[in-house]
Design a protein around this ligand. Sequence first.
Ligand SMILES: [Zn+2]
Length: 137
Amino acid sequence: MSTVPWSVRDRRLLTLRVGAGAAVVLAAWFLAAGEADLADQLPFVTLAVIGALLGMWGIFGWVTQGRRLVGQRARFLLGAAPVTNVDLASAETLVAGGTRHWFHRADCRLAASRGWPAASRSAHEAAGRRACPACKP
Ligand SMILES: [Zn+2]
């Protein structure tokens, strides 16, 4: 595993994309500079916007690649987080609101901080509730 987030290839790709975008913007600027009428400059403005987008695409790809590699490094160094007993307990607890159609794991984002009472699966099913399709209890 390398010690830097971006490889030489990534840096070359960034330089190529940003350089190409800058070249397009500069070309559009030089071409538009010779046109006195604003309507005649409009195609070159469009060309400059395309060049700017090309440069931003290069930067976005570079940052995205770096974030992905930093994430890989973090997972490699830190490993997976251990599952605690508290996580297991809250995941196994099933909650639902009184008039709701779904029952959820206590740690489901749809049920978090609602203060819904816990009950067994059979109690929820007897009340006509079905398992939440998001947390799939
Ligand atoms: Zn849920």
